[in-house]
Write a protein that binds this ligand. Structure first.
Ligand code: NAI
Ligand code: MG
Length: 350
């Protein structure tokens, strides 16, 4: 019987409600499929920063390193400087563990009344692969003379050939397992150095995958296509910031941000990968028991897939589809089901 060591990092806000819900589902599916999840909970996040001065202990990365995967909610609180959560937790882990792939499926679920009235479930089914450790989010900049009339700020994007190549290979290989279509979402007509280079390297890699249909699309046009023609997408390969923005738009086309799952993946498995919903800590609804747990639960399915428990992962996705298919919907989807009720109905389906 396989055993996996899971670090559960609740984070802040609704993380305290949806991560425990996700763990309940994971333990149930583990019993059913006869593997063991050894879970350790870590109370890290912005609330820890308020009391202890840091999001995680100094040896936090070494602690996480000993696990097979990290199951994470979200970090950030209104009382804490919002430049810190990404810098002191999310990006820190992604970078240290070389999680260069951010895997974000977008799929219209049965029973959910999405905002795109003229689209059917089969029209919205694609994956966004967001480059996860370089690009616009390397936090290399400076603010000069902020309070003076001549004050100014700079921030430099960083794209390396190696970084682009590794995420491109992952994306083309993923496209091969799906509908064999890859769209590079870029903005090289105006970011004429970094994203021109990005396009060039991706085009070189595309030549190595002649069986995958390759297309380049600018992000402004791509955003319109998310709404008008989502069926044109299979695998989207894009940069850190563009992927961040488009995945919330993708979540919206699914009906709610609360549905979207994600995996921060180190494909070589030299480090643990980290799984979290696409949304944040939602402080506006935290503590009310009404958060949609599905993005978190679905992230658990992505985690099991990465650990090799594919049948268990498929079971979770199936239970999600049955639950929303029966119109068991939380408030963000227009229903009245609570986090706890949705979780318990999902458990019944398992
Ligand atoms: P958010 O994603 O937390 O919330 C946006 C809106 O979506 C809110 O109205 C919220 O109530 C709703 N929402 C999000 N998840 C939901 C769920 N599961 N069920 C029902 N409704 C849901 O984004 P926001 O408000 O921009 O950020 C809040 C905090 O989260 C900030 O501190 C931000 O920095 C942090 N954040 C953290 C992330 C991470 O840890 N990876 C990612 C994004 C934001
Ligand atoms: Mg985001």
């Amino acid at each position: 019987m396989s055993t996996y060591k899971i670090a559960a990092v609740y984070g802040d806000g609704i993380g305290h409600e949806i991560v425990p819900a996700g763990l309940e589902i994971l333990q149930a599916v583990a019993r059913k499929h006869q593997f063991t999840l050894e879970v350790e909970v870590f109370e890290w996040g912005a609330h820890r920063y308020l009391s202890a001065g840091s999001f995680m202990p100094e040896d936090g990365l070494e602690v996480l390193r000993r696990f097979d995967a990290v199951y994470f909610g979200a970090v950030g609180l209104p009382e804490v400087d919002d430049r810190l959560p990404f810098q002191l937790y999310t990006y820190k882990v992604r970078k240290a563990f070389n999680q260069y792939v951010n895997y974000r499926p977008v799929k219209l679920l049965p029973g959910v009344d999405g905002p795109l009235k003229f689209k059917q479930a089969e029209d919205i089914d694609f994956v966004i692969i967001r480059e996860n450790i370089e690009g616009e989010f390397v936090q290399n900049g400076k603010i000069f003379d902020a309070d003076r009339p001549h004050g100014f700020a700079t921030e430099t994007n960083l794209f390396t050939r190696h970084g682009i190549e590794q995420v491109a290979h992952y994306s083309f290989q993923l496209a091969r397992k799906r509908r064999k279509k890859l769209t590079n979402v870029t903005k090289s007509n105006t970011l004429i150095y970094t994203l021109y280079f990005w396009d060039q390297v991706i085009a070189e890699i595309a030549d190595q995958y002649p069986d995958v249909e390759y297309q380049k699309l600018y992000v402004d046009a791509a955003s319109a296509s998310f709404v008008l023609q989502p069926e044109r997408f299979d695998v989207i390969l894009t940069t850190n910031m563009i992927g961040d923005i488009l995945s919330d738009l993708g979540g919206a086309t699914m009906g709610s941000l609360g549905l979207g799952p994600s995996g921060n993946i180190n494909p070589e498995r030299n480090f643990p990968s980290m799984f979290e919903p696409i949304h944040g800590s939602a402080p506006d609804i935290a503590g009310q028991g009404i958060a949609n747990p599905i993005g978190q639960i679905w992230s658990g399915a992505l985690m099991l897939e990465q650990l090799g428990e594919t049948a268990a992962a498929a079971d979770i996705v199936h239970a999600i589809e049955q639950t929303v298919g029966d119109k068991i919907l939380t408030r963000d989807l227009g229903g009245r089901t609570t986090t706890a009720e949705a979780t318990s109905i999902l458990l019944d389906h398992l």
